[in-house]
Unconditional design. Sequence first.
Lengths: 301, 332
Amino acid sequence: MVTDTTTPARAEHEPHPVPRKRRRGELGSLKRLLIHLGLIVFAMVMIYPLLWMLSASLKPIDQIFSDPSLIPRSLEWSNYTEGWNALPHPFHQYIFNSMIIVAGAIVGNLVSCSMAAYAFARLKFPLRGMLFSVMLASIMLPIHVVIIPQYILFNNLGWINTFWPLIVPKLLATDAFFIFLMVQFIRGLPRELDEAASIDGCSYWGTYLRVIMPLCTPALATTAIFTFIWTWNDFYSQLIYIRDIDLQTVPLALRLFLDAQGQSNWGAMFAMSIVALGPIFGFFLAGQRYLVRGIATTGIK
Amino acid sequence: MTDNEVAVAPTDQRGSGAQTRTEANQASPPPATMRKGFGRSARSRERWAALSFLAPFLLGLVAITIGPMAASLYLSFTDYSLIGDANWIGLENYQRMFDDPRLAASIGVTFRYVFVSVPLQLAMALALAMVLDRGVRGLPIYRSIFYLPSLLGGSVAIAIMWRQVFGTDGLVNQLLAMVGIQGQGWVSHPDYALDTLIILNVWTFGSPMVIFLAGLRQIPAMYYEAARVDGAGPVRRFLNITVPLLTPIIFFNLVLQIINAFQAFTQAFIVSGGKGGPSDSTLFFTLYLYDRGFTAFDMGYASALAWLLLMIIGLFTALNFLMSKFWVFYGD
């Protein structure tokens, strides 16, 4: 039996789920086959809508709704070229705008959240416990509760129709979820490293920059990937802060399709939706190790 | 691992609780006159370092989180509309809520969404996690496929897709036509529009599933061995071992997903074309709040609505924690 493999796995405090030996491993081979069959069918049902949209984006319009087959008879790229130019700006303008916000948000979260996390995980200071609890509570705070005064504040600063309201909060570590993620990670690093650095004359900033940050790469990667996906997908705050047609982002542009095209050009809209999902899919493939670890340690999607 | 979150806060408070009392008056940000103490002792050096590391966070906490919360509480007692002054009108905004039929509709819609979709989503997540935990080969592949919708689910592109999948000539009706059933426009029918959004939320069961999987791994295999030796069948093993030991994770997912579901916005906004229709059947609370605040610019009333939402979410989270005493099992 393989029971003893679970005990060391727990003792290591490994946040990443280790591929474990089959513990109730005597499933009959027929039963196993049935489980696989069931899972494959279920997985197909799950991703079928995505495949349907992908295939629809490659079909001529008259076939989208008449021909339910997943494989288009011929690849029709015209939906993509048409969709790219269907809105007031070519689609790469919206991608570019989204990218600026995403880049600002990633840099902001990486710097500000890791700084706060280092202080919470390693330094002693007054009110630490209270601030930590406030930080945890703020993870749960609905954006809807603060959005109105924030809007008024940014309006008074003249920041409506700029990217600042979407980037500056990230520079101020308001995505507390990432602070928590990094605190958890830094607590797992041996304190002896900090002590050794301090004996060698490293200041707190030196320790943070030269010892802690390099070891935090996995947590930083998780942060960057999640920030990318969330900011890229974010619709609510972009809808509120950006009304200028020149500054619209990818989610806002997709919405323009709904407003402008009415019921007509589904092919182009599907094509641009696929373009919008592409980067998330790419990051998902490249970084799923970090994503799964991120959710498994902190439990937030 | 996931239940750490609950455990973390108390341990930390213990560490600094004693100092907090005596040194609360030195709390950041300190007045400029205190600067002469800079760098004097190791302890104060550590504090100044902590302040410098926390500076962005503290500024954000005050300017982006706590300040706006207080401001929105104040605004909820005024008639502020972005132009002109905020006049104090006392409880009028809150009184207005009682005869606001659209608010009542939006609360009904939101509750139905939360209390139908979250249990379904978690049941699905747990079931799939249990199957995958049985040592299925190719687990990482299945896990990735099931997790993918969680990442995509909040995006406008998926909402657009959903609108089509459940549209009059959409995928669902195409499939129904194949078995000879005449479908209808699900998203444009007041009785079914909300159901399509519920299905969309259930579709994103992947992230609680990953958390369940991590939790299932923490259950020592010897418990199952022992139960098997004692003659417990699969049902009893599930009810008497898996469920009790998993209750902290179930609880955690429940709290999290309820809070998330209350805040759903994008899907309903896109699927209903921003109106919450047909006939307010998808008017989520958040949509109504957006409508009052950013379409009508009735910011006083919208602030009151925001606080109502906070109260509702807070109430359900508190209830969840209270109830957890009766069913969550923390072992030793």
